[in-house]
Design a protein around this ligand. Structure first.
Ligand SMILES: Cc1ncc(COP(=O)(O)O)c(C=O)c1O
Length: 460
């Protein structure tokens, strides 16, 4: 029996060594197959067995499935089924004993239980919430279902490529979609979170600078308004953080940025900006910021955690950013919160593509990469199916429309002239008279002009 006919994947450590991990899903039959793959029958024929075992093997025939058991007996075990599990690894308590696990056993009961739980949550359906545009999204059932399919849920991250072709087709298409939405040229799906994406993006920038003989550039300019992960990621990526001031409205202080860029011009590696900012402000001078930093030899890292407010309206790659992360658990529907799984892919301009994260087990990423940023080459790949389904179902243009719809509805357009313009910190929801058709039915059509008008006034 070969590994292929036995449907077993081994880890090929080097030309002489293979490794295999066993867990509690492995059955006794799997063990039999494994022994057979490793030539239990050949051992039986090798003449190394005691006379009694050799006779027993001869009586059943070397190709018999009973050979592994006979070898087990030779080792003092009655059969593989009786193979003892070391007490150190034995469970001492029964599994899933909490009453909740034993109360809801039909789909409807479980659905109602989950619905009851979520109704206790504070969300936009009942009140204003203190989180930004980043969290506006819908986790539709159709997006969530593929996570439960064994084809997505049970595949090992290091499964050979020929067994994971569907996954890889999804990766490639998804990367293309993200590039189209953000205006970049290449993507890495490896980072596991927004913060991990920041680290990956900054390491990519550093590797690019090193390749140009500018490894001494290590200063990262970060506005005081930045999310706390920005300076932490910069430090972890080996950069020195220099803080840039913001004005009272949360805008980046351009004069201070220019002064710091000038002061560190020989060592400037990057600026990290968040757009719209954590204050909820669309910085009017974002292009100028990018141009300024480029003119001093630095790269622009765009924190895309608030991408939901940009989708369809503007693209980081168009206004001057070099790299950007996307929190799929924010903008692209992966459930967020409670420490749940996340994914923070990064998108880059073509000059950074060769330096994207790679992986030692499955070849991926750039050819001149600094290495991996996560244990698995495509991080939490099974939840990627959620974002993939969302984009496929909405279409990249429709994602744009929906994001606009979340910003403002047609009803709000009429209300706009009556709005008092001012700056808002955090998220603002515009409410206007509900637009209706002549027959009284609510109009659902989204209006393209309204969001632009809103954005011109720095409101989101
Ligand atoms: C602006 C900003 N940047 C970065 C992050 C970090 O993302 P993550 O929580 O996925 O690590 C967040 C998360 O809230 C954020 O709001």
């Amino acid at each position: 029996m070969s590994v292929r006919t036995a449907s077993i994947n081994l880890r090929y450590v080097d030309s002489q060594t293979v490794a295999v991990s066993l867990d509690e899903t492995v059955t006794k039959q799997d063990l039999r197959d494994l022994l057979e793959v490793f030539g239990a029958a050949d051992v039986a024929a090798s003449g190394q067995l005691s006379q009694g075992t050799a006779d027993a093997v001869a009586s059943v025939g070397q190709t018999s499935a009973a050979v592994p058991d006979l070898l087990a007996q030779a080792a003092g075990i009655k059969s593989i089924d009786d193979a003892p599990i070391s007490p150190a690894f034995q469970r001492t308590r029964p599994l899933l004993q909490h009453e909740i696990f034993n109360m809801y056993h039909s789909e409807h009961e479980l659905l109602r239980y989950i619905y009851r739980l979520q109704s206790r949550d504070l969300s936009l359906t009942t009140s204003m919430i203190p989180l930004g545009s980043c969290t506006m999204k819908l986790n539709a059932t159709t997006e969530m279902i593929p996570v439960t399919w064994p084809e997505f849920a049970n595949l090992h991250p290091f499964a050979p490529l020929h067994q994971a072709q569907g996954y890889h087709a999804m990766f490639r298409r998804f990367e293309r979609d993200l590039c189209e939405i953000t205006g970049f040229d290449a993507a890495s799906l490896q980072p596991n979170s927004g913060a991990n994406g920041e680290y990956a993006g900054l390491r990519t920038i550093r590797q690019y600078l090193i390749s140009k003989g500018e490894g001494h550039r290590n200063v990262c300019l970060i506005p005081v308004s930045a999310h706390g992960t920005n300076p932490a990621s910069a430090m972890m990526a080996g950069m020195e953080v220099v803080v840039v001031k913001c004005d009272a409205d949360g805008n980046l202080d351009f004069a201070d940025l220019k002064a710091k860029a000038e002061q560190y011009k020989d060592r400037l590696a990057a600026v990290m900006i968040t757009y719209p900012s954590t204050f909820g402000v669309f910085e009017l001078g974002v292009r100028n910021v990018c141009e300024l930093v480029h003119s001093y030899g630095g790269q622009v890292y765009l924190d895309g955690a608030n991408m939901n407010a940009q989708v369809g309206l503007c693209r980081p790659g168009d206004y001057g950013a070099d790299v950007c992360h996307l929190n799929l658990h924010k903008t692209f529907c992966i459930p967020h919160g409670g420490g749940g799984p996340g994914m923070g892919p990064i998108c880059v301009k073509s000059h950074l593509a060769p330096f994207l994260p790679s992986h030692p087990v499955l070849p991926t990423g750039g050819e001149a990469s600094f290495g991996p940023v996560a244990a698995a080459p495509y991080s939490s790949a099974s939840i990627l199916a959620i974002s993939y389904a969302y984009i496929r179902m909405m279409g990249t243009r429709l994602v744009a429309k929906r994001a606009r719809g979340l910003l403002v509805s047609r009803g709000a357009k009429r209300a706009l002239p009556r709005c008092t313009w001012g700056r808002v910190r955090g998220t603002c929801r515009l409410e206007g008279p509900e637009a209706r058709h002549a027959d009284g039915a609510p109009q659902r059509q989204l209006h393209a002009q309204a969001p632009r008008k809103v954005l011109r006034h720095s409101v989101h």
